[in-house]
Write a new protein. Structure first.
Length: 404
């Protein structure tokens, strides 16, 4: 069988998250909150799923640039592998720094900084937008002459390291603090304390921050998240809120210079009051609902199901028909949106549940086209059509404890 063994990273990272949670709980450290952890994992699931489709695009871009524009013909050797790792980390530093200093790049990167917790689940907060932005910066590597296979391999190794620095359970690491990015250094980077803002951009090596004047040691206990907290677990809002803020500010800006600053200036050029206007327009929270154990259990069950489904999908992707892959992708995204909307206690989640059932039906019917399935969906459609109000009311009452 041709299995994708990269799928085993999912249970491995979940195990490490579980160990971190167990250590924190045993010591009485409140490093995890339910809703934030679910939101973090939701973002990670989306990125890992889309990675299945985008990694081929990245390889194609690197290969095209290497074949047509490579300056040198670099061959594999131990020293060149080390050189590529260092160069990859150097480019990451500048991508990461500019991602905090240029609005359009911050729009892709901001999702990673929204969590007010800091633990291993935060390492999952990588978006496909950010992956494409990084690819543009790393595209200089095939132009230099590094083969695409080397670049992708080093990026996989380089991408593993940051997982281990997103934790509060590990203190300072002695002499390693002078060379590598440690959990202490990265806690500073994720902090919203004024003295820590826009510091410690390194990913593996901390020497770049020391060289370019962006290094700060951890002294005061950090507070995490954005300087203006997002206060939302909505999957869609987390991904698009700042891009919407850019669009809104761009429309209001007068003249080319102001419009340029909105897109390519620093986040400080975006009026923070814009978010409140957009929240009023797009975020409709339910003020009457209560957070119940049933709600938490339902969201947790969805997350367990999603992670298990993602693992088997990635492991067996070579054997899954393209149409079923498309249905699976739509189903997972509907589930992620649904999970965030439930945490926000929105009433339109009922329609997402219905949409998920339709996607399941399409995938099953594609694999097993039987007339009985058509009769079944016709029966379900009829019941929903005639009893929609009753079904929706009972569903929301079970979930939120409210009546519509």
């Amino acid at each position: 069988m041709h299995l994708n063994h990269m799928a085993w990273a999912i249970p491995l990272f979940l195990l490490l998250m579980g160990i971190e949670y167990g250590v924190a709980r045993k010591k009485g450290w409140r490093y995890f909150s339910f809703s934030t952890s679910i939101s973090n994992l939701n973002v990670g699931v989306a990125e890992r799923l889309l990675d299945t489709f985008t990694i081929g695009i990245f390889y194609f871009v690197y290969d095209y640039l290497h074949r047509h524009f490579a300056i040198f013909n670099i061959q594999s050797s131990v020293l060149l592998w080390i050189a590529l790792l260092i160069l990859t980390d150097f480019i990451w530093y500048w991508y990461h720094r500019l991602a905090h200093e240029v609005n359009i790049l911050w729009g892709a990167h901001v999702v990673h900084h929204q969590s007010e917790d800091f633990n291993y689940t935060v390492s999952a907060r990588i978006t496909v937008f950010q992956a494409f932005a990084r690819m543009m910066f790393w595209s200089v590597l095939p132009v230099i002459g590094f083969p695409p296979a080397m670049i992708i391999s080093v990026q996989l190794v380089h991408g593993l390291y940051p997982f281990f620095i997103h934790t509060r359970t590990i203190g300072k690491l002695g002499v390693l603090e002078y060379i590598f990015v440690t959990p202490s250094h990265h806690r500073v980077h994720h902090a919203c304390n004024e003295q820590y803002l826009d510091k410690n951009y390194g990913d593996v090596l901390i020497i770049w921050d020391k060289l370019f004047g962006t290094f700060v040691t951890e002294e005061e206990e950090p507070e995490y998240g954005l300087t203006k907290p997002l206060d939302s677990h909505s999957f869609l809002w987390q991904h698009f809120h700042f891009l919407l803020e850019i669009a809104y500010a761009f429309r209001q800006a007068k003249g080319l210079k102001q419009k340029w600053l909105v897109v390519f200036g620093k986040p400080d050029h975006i009026n923070p009051g814009i978010r409140e206007v957009l929240e009023e327009k797009f975020l409709f929270r339910n003020p009457t609902g209560t957070t119940t154990r049933r709600l938490h259990n339902y969201v947790a069950a969805q997350m367990v199901m999603t992670l298990a489904a993602l693992f088997f999908f990635l492991l067996l992707e070579k054997y899954i028909p393209l149409f079923v892959q498309a249905c699976f992708t739509i189903f997972i995204f509907l589930t992620l949106i649904n999970s965030g909307a439930i945490l926000e206690q929105r009433q339109w989640v009922f329609y997402l549940e219905y949409a998920r059932l339709l996607v399941i039906f399409l995938a099953v019917y594609y694999c097993w086209p039987r007339p009985g399935l058509l009769w079944l969906i016709a029966l379900v459609q009829t019941l929903v059509f005639y009893y929609k109000a009753t079904i929706q009311q009972r569903y929301l009452r079970l979930l939120y404890g409210i009546r519509t």
